[in-house]
Design a protein around this ligand. Structure first.
Ligand SMILES: Cc1ncc(COP(=O)(O)O)c(C=O)c1O
Length: 325
């Protein structure tokens, strides 16, 4: 694979850890890759993408980094932290409504300038914010939604290379998928590195019919960027959307049960929006016999844990912690 210009923002390699009690309960070997420990202001998958994206920002001599996301966006929080670490200004265009806690609190601590937009105007609002920065005399660099262009996605091809170098070749990798960059990088990396395990994205919001062609196209662009052009079809991309129905960020009993089960069986925290939903999906699939007894399954923990402290989630979890289990 091409070696793309890359900053060092994450503490790599992230650990791979066994989950022995959960494995015994489930009847197959379950491992976790701890990208919640990438280390930049509470970590997460976006830190890897930002190592490549902000290398490009620096090469373009950008002075302000802009991006967009939900009010509780982990991507925006990690972008704000990366910008601070590089001495750049950060302008976040967040989707209403504002609820000042969790990630949004951290955005403020990290010095990001925040403007608000209705969800429907997200992309226009981001472009307008970049124009406003330019008009004010600062050279902008726009990080796409989720950090999910080919450059950002390439970080997960490198991440798969890192996993293989750590000596792990799981039969399946399971993780939360949304804008698709993480999955596209893993899918491209798998092809380029000859990894044959299943790469199962559990959608937290989008239908599989939307995500599979999107991820396939992005994986193709990513492979080309990495110097090994390859074609990907939607059928090459495995997305399970059965758990997306409640909608983005809606905390249901399934996520609450998954959060409590992981916390109590393994001392491991997953988040309400992404990893909690993906883990709830993994546990449900396991209960249906989706994974064979001799398989090794790796749950790729993509972070997001500051959302546990977002006011609405914290309140629901506080109540559940005493009465669900
Ligand atoms: C914690 C967490 N997990 C998973 C994802 C999904 O990654 P992607 O947008 O690359 O599909 C995100 C995206 O925001 C995230 O914050």
């Amino acid at each position: 694979m091409n070696t793309l210009p890359r900053l060092s923002l994450a503490a790599l390699p992230t650990p791979v850890q066994p989950l022995p009690r959960l494995s015994a309960e489930l009847g197959f070997r379950l491992l976790v890759k701890r990208d919640d420990l990438t280390g930049l202001a509470f970590g997460g998958n976006k830190t890897r993408k930002l190592e490549l994206l902000l290398a490009e920002a620096q090469a373009q001599e950008a002075e302000v980094v802009l991006t967009t996301g939900a009010a509780q966006s982990n991507h925006c929080r990690q972008t704000a932290a990366a910008a601070a670490r590089l001495g750049l200004a950060c302008h976040l265009v967040l989707m209403e409504p504002p609820k000042p806690s969790g990630n949004l609190l951290l955005d403020g601590l990290l010095g990001a300038h925040v403007t608000w937009t209705p969800r429907t105007r997200r992309d226009e609002a981001l472009q307008e914010a970049a124009e406003a920065e330019r008009a004010a005399g600062r050279r902008p660099y726009v990080v796409p939604y989720g950090g999910s262009n080919a450059l950002g996605a390439a970080a997960y091809a490198y991440a798969l290379e890192e996993l293989l170098a750590q000596g792990f070749t799981p039969d399946a990798i399971v993780f939360a998928t949304s804008s698709g960059g993480t999955q596209a990088g893993l899918v491209a990396g798998a092809r380029l590195l000859g990894f044959r395990g299943r790469i199962l994205g559990i959608s937290v919001d989008e239908p599989a019919d939307v995500l599979r062609p999107r991820v396939a196209a992005l994986a193709g662009e990513t492979a080309a960027l990495l110097g090994k052009p390859a074609d990907f079809r939607p059928e090459d991309v495995v997305v399970e959307d059965a758990y997306a129905a409640p909608g983005y960020g809606v905390l249901t009993e399934a996520e609450i049960r998954a959060i409590l089960r992981l916390a109590r069986a393994e001392g491991l925290l997953v988040d309400p929006v992404y990893t909690g939903r993906a883990m709830a999906g993994l546990l449900d699939l396991a209960s249906q016999g989706y994974f064979a007894r001799d398989e090794t399954v790796l749950f790729w923990h993509t972070g997001g844990t500051p959302a546990l402290f977002a006011a609405d989630y914290a309140e629901a979890l506080q109540g559940a912690a005493s009465d669900i289990i």
